[in-house]
Write a protein that binds this ligand. Structure first.
Ligand SMILES: [Fe+2]
Length: 280
């Protein structure tokens, strides 16, 4: 016991303060063997966890950006999820969980108390301010109704976000939602997306918006130079050429380096790296 503790402490001590593991859309079922769209979700998350731990730079934190559960956020889903992420915990990598439209807030909170109840600055929502050496993460909660697709942040959460961004304007701000911004009123994903972007765009410290939901890997700037990073799904994809995987993020003084890590190491995009420069 003592030996494993000291090993874990050594792992934590080796964490690179600028490296983050970014995961999204794990879609874990209570039945570990469950397959959806020809993908065994538990096996995908296992492979991703192994790959995170195999990196030469140990991340200082891991973000898992919602749709942790398969469909409706069952307690059994979260029990299996908890067992699959246990190696990250054993390596003392702090986990930051967001919720998606296939999660159930109360059941997730009950199953993952250690990761979700430390601080909850907005009542009834799972939001977090996570400071890092070169940037601050603002993790939002866009879950409106379980198993209903559109996301909603709400006035209280957006007011909290605006206050927190203003209070921490000295460092680059990275904002996270599960739902993807479409910037197209005809294809709404976040119902109050316009209100969100009215908070983000004028605050020049906001450098990037990270999201999942669409099971697509893409990076696009908006017209204000704000980077929009669509994290790939750990689980299945809807478009066959899309990768399943995660993103190894290295914060730089004026930007971020993002490396795609595919579950399938023969995927043509496996290992591709994008270097983003922050808007000024
Ligand atoms: Fe999803």
């Amino acid at each position: 016991m003592l030996r494993s503790r000291s090993l874990a402490a050594a792992s934590a001590a080796q964490a690179d303060p600028h490296t983050w593991a970014l995961l999204s859309d794990t879609h874990i079922a209570g039945d570990r063997a469950k397959v959806n769209r020809e993908v065994a979700m538990a096996a995908h998350l296992e492979a991703v966890v192994r790959d995170v731990l195999a990196q030469s730079r140990r991340p200082v934190g891991a973000l898992i950006n919602g749709d942790l559960a398969l469909n409706s956020g069952e307690t059994a889903d979260y029990e299996v999820f908890t067992s699959l992420i246990a190696p990250l915990r054993a390596a003392q990598i702090p986990l930051h969980l967001a919720l998606g439209n296939h999660d159930n807030r109360e059941r997730c909170w009950a199953a993952l108390r250690d990761d979700t109840t430390a601080k909850r600055p907005v009542v009834d929502r799972q939001v977090a301010f996570v400071p890092a050496a070169r940037a601050n993460w603002f993790i939002l909660d866009s879950l409106d109704k379980t198993n209903s697709t559109p996301g909603l942040l709400g006035e209280t959460q957006l007011a909290w976000l605006a206050r927190e961004l203003d209070a921490h304007a000295d460092k680059p701000a990275l904002v996270v939602t599960h739902h993807n911004p479409t910037l197209d009123p005809a294809k709404v994903s976040i119902i109050d997306e316009a209100a969100l972007y009215a908070v983000l765009r004028p605050r020049r410290q906001v450098k990037a918006h990270f999201f999942g939901h669409s099971h697509v890997w893409s990076i696009k700037p908006d017209e204000s130079g704000l980077h929009r990073v669509n994290l790939p799904a750990v689980a299945y994809v809807f478009e066959p050429t899309q990768p399943s995987g995660w993103v190894n993020a290295q914060l730089e003084p004026r930007g971020i380096k993002l490396q795609l890590r595919c579950v399938d190491p023969t995927h043509r995009q496996h290992g591709e790296t994008k270097e983003l420069v922050w808007r000024t």
